[in-house]
Design a protein around this ligand. Structure first.
Ligand SMILES: O=C(O)CCC(=O)C(=O)O
Ligand SMILES: [Fe+2]
Length: 224
């Protein structure tokens, strides 16, 4: 430390909490969800029309996902975790109670990347707490890092890349964070045979209720 002018920043840096839960879940939880993905995932092409998108306007990004409504039927236990144990774990990392969403699609989604063309689009979250249960392990070799802008002003993938934190999630880890101020995206996989899958869980809270969810987000995420 050489500078006497340094002061701690006024704003919190990006931070997250990871729980190691995979070994505590029913034995075949990940395989069961991957089977649901194989049977039910739909392909969508993402266009950045919502206010939370942080992409250039003409981008088109292929995505595979299973909607919450389908998960409710095919893997109802995911909703039990969402409104039960996982919500409790999330609340331990939050300063307030967490609120479930009013619809199944807003609550849960199973997102799958396979091959080297897909990535998850750059955006900020509208919800104050995001829960992510990873079904697969990503490394520098496989790719699929969650790439988070350190700079709250980042507006594009290029801005994010200019100064980013890269998180390589592992199978069985449950992450919680608030990414309303930090643009983030998931980088493509680097190997054609690699798969990345994650159960995403959205929570709102008294200080940031679901009514603040931006217009157009549901249409973009769930329309066929
Ligand atoms: O898959 C990930 O690691 C992040 C997903 C994400 O940012 C989201 O669901 O809002
Ligand atoms: Fe996100």
């Amino acid at each position: 430390m050489t500078s006497t002018a340094w002061r701690p920043p006024l704003e919190l840096p990006f931070h997250w909490h990871a729980y190691d839960v995979g070994h505590l879940l029913p034995e075949d939880w990940a395989e069961a969800l991957l089977a649901v993905a194989r049977e039910h995932a739909v392909r969508r092409v993402f266009r950045p029309t919502m206010t939370t998108a942080r992409e250039v306007a003409d981008v088109r990004i292929p995505m595979h996902s299973v909607d919450g409504e389908v998960l409710r039927r095919a893997a109802p236990w995911t909703f039990e975790l969402y409104s039960g144990w996982f919500k409790e774990l999330g609340e331990r990392t939050a300063e307030e109670k967490l609120q479930e969403t009013s619809t199944d699609n807003r609550a849960l989604s199973l997102n799958i990347q396979d091959g080297i063309t897909m990535r998850y689009p750059c955006h900020v979250d509208s919800n104050p707490m995001q829960g992510l249960l990873y079904l697969t392990t990503c490394t520098e070799e496989t790719g699929g890092a969650l790439v988070v802008a350190r700079d709250r002003a980042a507006r594009t993938v290029a801005d994010v890349d200019a100064d980013a934190l890269r998180i390589y999630p592992a199978k069985g880890q449950l992450y919680f964070f608030d990414a309303r101020r930090h643009a983030h995206y998931v980088e493509p996989l680097r190997r054609p045979d690699a798969v990345r899958a994650v159960l995403t869980m959205n929570y709102y809270s008294p200080s940031c209720p679901e009514t603040q969810r931006p217009a157009g987000l549901d249409e973009q995420l769930f329309s066929r």
